[in-house]
Design a binder for this molecule. Structure first.
Ligand code: LR7
Ligand code: MN
Length: 592
């Protein structure tokens, strides 16, 4: 078929057997999901939040934490496909509002709490490496604008939980003038009560954007090294030492961890392939394969390697070097472009930029940016223009060829940045292209920054079961309302026709339900009240991830609800998602 299969490298099945009280879902003949092996941090228990296993709420969770939290489920912070289960209207509200405001599943984020274990995604050889003990202490700078409270706190706690105290100078949080209520007094109180020593909170009086925000944050630090993180990250085992080591050896080395993937729909943490940063002539960041010539050496695939650009959010840099290299361009607004600007500047002005494969930090990859800019300006274009005019010499014509409408657009005063380039005696953009990014000419104009993806190629996910999807109340079959090849089409329960191959579903190890080998059963990301539809399979779980569970229910992972036949008496056979209740209308059976 012409369908392009892509797949995030999900690692579902390689953790230990032991159960932590996580509800396992098993379907006859299928492997259950397995939780992460260790339990290292104190967690919310069922007793402490007043929640029964069946989901009935005794009321304390909401009382204690404010109603924005939603009902807490006993998950021990481990990954379970049913972590997003909706028990009542409040949960549904937390989920739906969370998607609107943050573009990820806030219900799951809240239930995970502020601590959780993440799978150690490093190459096993990394664990055997020994790092110097006298590394320079680091200050972590985290800017946030309207971040989900639980995601922000999990970012902070993951740093505190996984960083040796002697290497952690402080964490500086910069509130970029958020207007969400819980980021005000509740955050102040939380920090005062729980994090009085190492966490500083600075608040911008007005929205500055992440670029000036980071400069504000850096000005409040005292550590030798700056580490920047987005406000929805979780650092992994031994993340900091491998970053500090090359900086200690040479302070003009700027380093990035490998950015692991935290799913926006399930919050599952999974390993990212080792790739490096590039860009296209539209000045969008993109991921490239690492040329073999850059890998290897005596340390094999665990050695740091050179990267032409950085993604932007996650990197470490000597604090003094950050200052002498000119921090950031303070004429850049809100979001975009600063990552290429600092990358070009590092390379062209005598530094180097490396990716350190033994340092892993997870980042929540959302499908859209949940916030705008004041005045609705396209700050990416404004910032890219400044970058092109300061750093790209004649090659800026490549950008204008793609964006002719920007050729005469005003980009403000760049004289200070031009002076910086002269003062630092920086090399030409041609030098950068020839020496640091020789692959450039072959890249197309359209690739955008996105989580690293693997091409599924000819390797398809293993089929676990094939058959008709039968509603047990009515013995009707779930089929396409129109033709099964019609994208966006609805599904309905009709009389089964055992000669009709268009009624046959396949269920595979990605937990996709594919009708007639064509399209995947899919749920809209934002509203759980929309009915499921047939869509092109995207291979990244979430809205196309379905799990057969207790009482023959068919559970949708990103929506947190079960598939239900709406009108068993009429012959229309409409279905919708509903709170899982075990009723006959919610019982489904995949039969061959
Ligand atoms: O006005 C704002 N003020 C802020 O403080 C807008 C944003 N922010 C904060 C925000 O809350 C977040 O913590 O700044 C941080 C980054 O913003 P995101 O998460 O919306 O950015 P992103 O992850 O979509 O985009 C990537 O590119 C950006 C370009 O400006 C930044 O460099 C981000 O840091 C960067 N993120 C990463 O590199 C993570 C990996 C993504 C990839 C590829
Ligand atoms: Mn981000």
């Amino acid at each position: 078929t012409s369908v392009t299969w892509t797949l995030l490298l999900f690692i579902y099945f390689n953790f230990s057997e032991e159960s932590q009280g996580v509800r396992h879902v098993s379907v006859k003949g299928l492997e259950p999901y397995k939780p992460f092996p260790k339990k290292m941090y104190p967690r919310l228990s069922r007793e402490s939040v007043g929640m029964d296993w069946d989901g009935s709420n005794k009321g304390r969770a909401g009382d204690q934490l404010g109603n924005h939290i939603g009902n807490i489920m006993e998950t021990n912070g481990n990954f379970s496909p049913e972590m997003g289960m909706i028990f009542n209207a409040q949960d549904q509200d937390v989920r739906d509002v969370g998607y609107q405001k943050h573009a990820f599943n806030m219900l799951i984020s809240n239930r995970l709490g502020y601590h959780r274990d993440v799978p150690d995604t490093r190459d096993p050889k990394c664990a055997k490496k020994i790092y110097p003990t006298d590394l320079p202490p680091a200050s972590i700078v985290i800017c946030f604008y309207n971040e989900a409270f639980s995601a922000l706190l999990r970012t902070v706690h993951s740093v505190l939980d996984r960083t040796p105290p002697n290497l952690l100078q402080e964490i500086v949080l910069v509130d970029d003038s958020s207007d969400l209520g819980d980021l005000k007094a509740l955050l102040d109180d939380y920090i005062k009560e729980n994090l009085p020593n190492k966490v500083k909170l600075v608040r911008n009086k007005q929205r500055e954007g992440l670029i000036r925000g980071r400069m504000v944050g850096a000005s409040h630090t005292t550590g030798d090294v700056l580490v920047f993180l987005d406000s929805h990250c979780e650092v992994n085992e031994m993340w900091l030492q491998p970053l500090l080591t090359p900086i200690k050896e040479n302070p003009k080395t700027v380093v990035c961890p490998v950015i692991d993937i935290i799913s926006a729909d399930t919050l599952m943490y999974s390993s990212s392939p080792v790739v490096r940063g590039g860009f296209n002539w539209g000045l969008h960041f993109k991921w490239d394969p690492v040329p073999l010539s850059e890998l290897g050496g005596p340390e094999g695939f665990t050695a740091p390697f050179r990267s032409p650009t950085m993604a932007g959010g996650l990197f470490a840099m000597d604090r003094e070097y950050f200052n002498t290299l000119g921090q950031y361009d303070s004429g850049m607004d809100i979001w975009g472009g600063e990552n290429l600007e600092i990358s070009f500047r590092i390379w062209m002005c005598g530094g180097s930029l490396l990716i350190v494969p033994c340092s892993r930090v997870g980042h929540i990859f959302r499908k859209r940016r949940p916030y705008g800019s004041p005045g609705g300006h396209d700050t990416m274009a404004h910032n890219s223009l400044r970058l092109a005019h300061v750093w790209m010499d004649d090659y800026k014509e490549q950008y204008f060829a793609l964006r002719p409408e920007l050729r005469n657009r005003d980009y403000g005063d760049i004289s200070e940045r031009v002076a910086l380039r002269n003062r630092l005696n920086c090399k030409s953009f041609k030098w950068y292209l020839d020496n640091i990014y020789p692959e450039m000419q072959i890249s197309g104009p359209n690739a955008k920054a996105q989580p690293p993806v693997f091409n599924r190629g000819p390797k398809r996910p293993k089929i676990l079961q094939r058959g008709r999807l039968i509603n047990m109340q009515t013995s009707r079959c779930l089929v396409a309302q129109g033709h099964p090849s019609q994208k966006g089409g609805l599904v309905v329960a009709k009389d089964c026709d055992f000669n009709d191959s268009d009624q046959v579903w396949t269920y595979n190890e990605e937990h996709e339900l594919i009708l007639s080998n064509l399209l995947c059963l899919d749920m809209s990301e934002t509203r759980s009240s929309d009915p499921p539809r047939l869509m092109k399979c995207h291979g990244s779980g979430g809205s196309q991830q379905w799990v057969f569970g207790k009482n023959n229910r068919l559970y949708q992972v990103s929506v947190g609800q079960c598939l239900k036949l709406l009108d068993s008496l009429s012959h229309k056979g409409y279905v919708a998602m509903a709170i899982c209740d075990g009723s006959p209308a919610q019982q489904w059976h995949l039969d061959n």
